[in-house]
Design a protein around this ligand. Sequence first.
Ligand SMILES: Nc1ncnc2c1ncn2[C@@H]1O[C@H](COP(=O)(O)OP(=O)(O)OP(=O)(O)O)[C@@H](O)[C@H]1O
Ligand SMILES: [Mg+2]
Length: 242
Amino acid sequence: MALVEIRDVHKTFGKVEVLKGVSLDVQEGEIVTIIGRSGSGKSTLLRCINALESVDAGEIRVEGLKVHARMPDLKKFRQRVGIVFQAFNLFPHLKVERNITLAPLLTGRIDKAKARALAADVLTRVGLADKIDAWPEQLSGGQQQRVAIARCLAMAPHLMLFDEVTSALDPELVGEVLKVMEAMAKQGMTMILVTHEMGFARNVANRIVFMHQGRVWEQGPPAKLFANPETPELASFIASAK
Ligand SMILES: Nc1ncnc2c1ncn2[C@@H]1O[C@H](COP(=O)(O)OP(=O)(O)OP(=O)(O)O)[C@@H](O)[C@H]1O
Ligand SMILES: [Mg+2]
């Protein structure tokens, strides 16, 4: 059984059909990168996987569980599926430690006595052990994004979704965030990520999915897809991304 099973998913906003029958399987431990033009439905698909949007037709299953906005154990589900966005969304009035431990404490995943150790552990994994007592505003954009990733890791997710997490960063800060994601990939985390970082997609992903006009247009291993695109749409996308 695939960790994520997406079957013929349709999603419409108003009169616009944004997802036009998307099917996709993601296996445990797989790193899948979604690429495609602006408006092709990449973010919408990620948001559907995390039940931030509900699908109009078709279905999504994660670990066999059917995903929808009114699923009975939505909170538990969201703990297993972490999502990181372009905007870091740290709470500005809370120090780094509290940003990380808030959700695990609220959900009862840990008790107060273990909170600081958990924060220290996940911060170490993103290379920021020394920032546990910092305020978000004292951190660079890249560091804030790494804290946002650490905050997800604190929930011990089974799947991580990343939506253009480096797009808002100054170019010199992109590398440090990609490095953290690469390390997570090596540790076996299942990840679906939307990115414009073609170098990263090529080096880290097991599979690239090219979305076009609300459909999975082409997919395959990075080496094959970049070297031999089968459709003119992908060929022109690759040419314009260079
Ligand atoms: N909540 C919403 N209400 C109405 N329209 C929406 C909503 N969310 C997305 N859309 C529309 O759906 C289409 C696909 O949007 P989506 O954000 O999924 O694209 P994307 O591939 O992530 O693009 P980008 O690369 O610019 O992030 C766009 O035309 C967008 O305007
Ligand atoms: Mg998007």
